[in-house]
Design a binder for this molecule. Structure first.
Ligand SMILES: [Zn+2]
Length: 196
């Protein structure tokens, strides 16, 4: 999956973490670590980039090695083990890393950076979906759009409705719509369903 979608998914899944900024960065790091030196190289050379996967033949070997290391469940298990031994805990934001790997196992085809999640023990990988395919991009970003709408405009529970408005839960006037903008959109839906 592309690095921006990884950042967005990481936040959507682990937003309850105490460090949401770190969640986004950690979710993108497995791709940033191998590709940042490559992008610096591209910028210096003045090569133009298109949206989507870059051509494989233009990518230097060190990118592949670094990519295999950052996309290995073996390596991340060792790192997690070390962190746990040293600190007796695994901070929630760090889970964005294995989540990234899990998503890439399914969304990388053999032809473009297949996720060798057992590297360096094994080269085994799954021939997954090509994340650059138009249909997948539409489904992926469409799902993210929907999820972020619900995150930004959460469906209010009966309790949230009354606590916010200071009303008695049993005495909300039929069709009541409050002024609190973030939840306003849902009230129309709420009353529509209640009536039907
Ligand atoms: Zn990745």
């Amino acid at each position: 999956m592309d690095v921006f979608a990884h950042g967005l998914w990481s936040y959507a899944i682990l937003r309850k973490s105490k460090a949401p900024g770190l969640v986004i960065v950690t979710g993108m790091l497995p791709d940033l670590i191998p590709f940042i030196p490559y992008f610096i190289h591209i910028c210096i050379k003045g090569i133009k980039l298109k949206f989507g996967p870059p051509p494989l033949e233009s990518i230097p070997n060190y990118v592949f090695t670094a990519y295999n290391l950052t996309h290995s469940l073996v390596i991340i298990t060792l790192i997690f083990g070390l962190i746990f031994i040293l600190t007796r805990e695994i901070p929630l934001f760090l889970w964005a890393w294995p989540i990234h790997i899990a998503m890439d196992i399914l969304t990388h085809a053999k032809a473009f950076f297949p996720t060798k999640f057992l590297y360096p023990l094994s080269e085994f990988h799954i021939n997954g979906i090509n994340w650059g395919a138009r249909w997948f991009m539409i489904i992926n970003y469409g799902s993210l759009l929907l999820i972020y709408f619900v995150i930004l405009y959460p469906v209010p529970t009966q309790k949230a409705l009354t606590v916010k408005s200071g009303m008695n839960a049993n005495k909300i006037p039929e069709g009541y719509i409050p002024n609190a903008t973030p939840v306003k959109a849902w009230y129309g839906v709420y009353w529509k369903f209640k009536r039907s």
